[in-house]
Design a protein around this ligand. Structure first.
Ligand code: NAP
Length: 321
């Protein structure tokens, strides 16, 4: 896929010809009140992609922010690229189109630009039971919703290469995008090479190392256990490169992913950081610079998605101890 690089128009052309902006606003853990201000600030700063998901419970607020931005004449709907994701119960047989329609209603939109299978694993509504729907069946549902036009592009998230291969082998609508955990300390070279070979664009999530992940609280009030992990933002080579380029460590981590040909969706609800994270078009990191950054050889997945353990489509089964 072709790439154009300059602020708001910087985009990746997907295999169906749709242009996907290279930088989007992440919104996991952004509360409805926070996300309205964040979306507005991001669009005013030049962002054109907003990344949400049914499970983030902020689609309605994002819809409100978009509606107001369009009404105020700041941006046109067709200039925006909205990504949302089907949660695990929506992947169960017969549930996907209803899931997409429910998201569209909350977003107050006629279509989304990208609809992703948030996970490869289907569950029942309260996630108390696995639904043993193979990824082939999940992808058949994505093929069907793509053909309705309610989603301009379709893709997957947290799927492994083997699962993607099985979906592609069906010969239906291709997978346009794969959204995966990807950052300096989990660089995902194999996955990126695999996707390039199959003309699938890749979006990096947790590009900053997701420093806020430890605050995540389930609707039940329960917190998750996160294994200790080194901080990408404090990496000594990142800090050195930031000083050399008069940039911040966050900007270096974001530029690292852009210079690998990836899309990024940094999350912030802080207006100055939202602007900082978009201000990455005036420098690049060379191939040697990338190699230097990767000298640490750290490769530690932060998001093991433990709820998938034991499911027949657990994407990370061979990484669990
Ligand atoms: P991230 O973007 O790597 O990091 C976000 C965290 O970094 C927040 O705590 C934010 O705090 C802070 N931050 C933002 N900009 C900063 C800066 N310039 N300097 C220092 N700290 C900064 O992590 P993420 O939110 O986990 O991932 C990004 C997005 O990817 C998510 O929001 C979501 O849209 C998506 N995602 C998808 C999946 C999936 O399964 N598909 C999983 C995880 C995430 P403040 O808000 O306080 O600025």
């Amino acid at each position: 896929f072709q790439r154009i690089m300059s602020s708001s128009s910087a985009a990746i052309t997907l295999s169906n010809g749709v242009k996907m902006p290279v930088i989007g606003l992440g919104t996991w853990q952004s509360s409805p009140a926070e996300v309205i201000a964040a979306v507005k600030a991001s669009v005013k700063a030049g962002y054109r992609l907003i990344d949400t998901a049914a499970v983030y419970q902020n689609e309605e607020a994002i819809g409100t922010a978009i509606k107001e931005l369009v009404e105020e004449g700041v941006v046109k709907r067709e200039e925006l690229f909205v990504t949302t994701k089907a949660w695990t119960h929506e992947l169960a047989p017969g549930k996907l189109e209803g899931g997409l329609r429910a998201s569209l209603k909350k977003l107050q939109l006629e279509y989304v630009d990208l609809y992703l299978a948030h996970m490869p694993t289907a569950f029942n509504d309260d996630m108390s039971q696995h639904v043993a729907s193979p990824v082939e069946d999940v992808w058949r549902q994505f093929d069907a919703v793509y053909k309705t036009g309610l989603a301009k592009s379709v893709g997957v998230s947290n799927w492994n290469n083997e699962q993607i291969g099985r979906a592609l082998a069906l010969g239906l609508t291709p997978i346009h995008n794969s959204q995966v955990e990807l950052h300096l300390y989990f660089p995902q070279h194999e996955h990126v090479d695999f996707c390039k070979a199959h003309n699938i664009s890749v979006t990096s999530y947790a590009t900053l190392g997701s420093p806020g992940r430890v605050n995540f609280t389930l609707p039940t009030g329960q917190k998750l256990d996160w294994a200790p992990a080194p901080s990408d933002l404090e990496d000594k080579n990142v800090v050195a490169l930031a000083e050399k380029n008069k940039k911040t460590p966050a900007q270096v981590l974001l530029r690292y992913a852009l210079d690998r040909g990836l899309a990024i969706i940094p999350k912030s609800v802080n207006i100055s950081r939202i602007e900082e994270n978009f201000n990455v078009f005036d420098f690049t990191i060379s191939q040697e610079g990338i190699a230097k950054l990767e000298e640490s050889k750290i490769s530690q997945r932060l998001f093991l998605q433990d709820f998938m353990a034991g499911h027949p489509e657990d994407a990370f089964a061979n990484e669990r101890k």
